[in-house]
Design a protein around this ligand. Sequence first.
Ligand code: ADP
Ligand code: MG
Length: 401
Amino acid sequence: MKKIEDLQVNGQRVFVRADLNVPLSNGAITDDGRIRAVAPTIAKLVAAGAKVIVASHLGRPKGEPDPQYSLAPVAVRLGEVLGRPVSFATDTVGESAKATVAALGDGEVTLLENLRFNAGETAKDDAERGAFADELAALADLYVGDGFGAVHRKHASVYDLPARLPHAVGDLIATEVGVLKRLTDEVERPYVVVLGGSKVSDKVGVIDNLLGKADRILIGGGMAYTFLAAQGHEVGISLLQKDQIPTVLEYLKRGAETGVEFVIPVDVAISASFPDTKTHAPVEDFEIVDADKIPADKEGLDIGPKTQQLFAEKLADAKTVFWNGPVGVFEHPAFAEGTKAVAQALLDSDAFTVVGGGDSAAAVRILGFDENEFGHISTGGGASLEYLEGKSLPGLTALEG
Ligand code: ADP
Ligand code: MG
């Protein structure tokens, strides 16, 4: 892969595919980690005299403009982080984008509006995606791929555009891939993986590959209830992926055969309803129960104190840790204890610790941990999981050619 230094960027229009998909609450950015992570790449291009065109997706709009997913607040924050003005195009390839790009001087930066306001960005149809990539390519001379959180997507700006412009890998992706190599090729043991979060079906797949690599797999978050159900327990109205139960049983069997230890919650925090993560209204019916005693009308929303202790023990002697997915609904203080305990256990170990996933990374910062104390905080959840699954990632393949 070519690096930025291998391109002649001075005076050139450089398209930077970033991942600025930050969490927003009422239009305010609640965690700017992804903006700060790609800022050094942009600053490097600025210093080298490039005309920098930054582009990203935000959320999941339906292929047309949708104000709640506008990148406008991100342009403001990016300008603050870079310490220089960042102009903003109110469309992606239309009149505004063309005019903003045309107005760029050397060493200046613009941000285009959300790539996913265009159906071509995520189209399954190669021709439709290609047509959108052609429009993007017309805006720029060179391409830098640095949106790590999107490299597992076969999208126009990630996969098709680099085929149309001389390209290089950005510094963020280069770093992220270097870290992931340490989790696959040259792992120091014990290697402990913590999996949580809400996208259960997205994450069950990674276990298949981890079974050949990790020594222990700790299961929290929404996924835990599919494991508990597989063991025959009532899980009430907790997140449950019934169709995955046979897969989970097969994993448990393979784990037992190959000496990979699965650690599943022994107690959980429950409530009759999902907590209000905006107002943080107190949870009147908060209760800790053993994992085999979840009432049929209750939902498991965090790991309990016994499980926190158990997870901490299983992490204490680790030399390598990969953590993806908060183990509870950390956005509400009543259900943040488990995630706090896992973060603290990572810091208490001497392991090389990698935290992957947008919400996991945000959780670490929002819960008040110093991100610099972790080995690496990845900007990509799905991307790092698919890498660890051993899949080839379209956005990396595209940068190779
Ligand atoms: P990441 O972005 O780190 O990959 P996910 O997007 O998969 O993680 O999941 C993050 C979300 O999972 C958080 O918003 C959190 O509230 C939620 N979550 C964690 N545990 C549970 C649970 N038991 N039930 C429902 N949601 C949960
Ligand atoms: Mg997430």
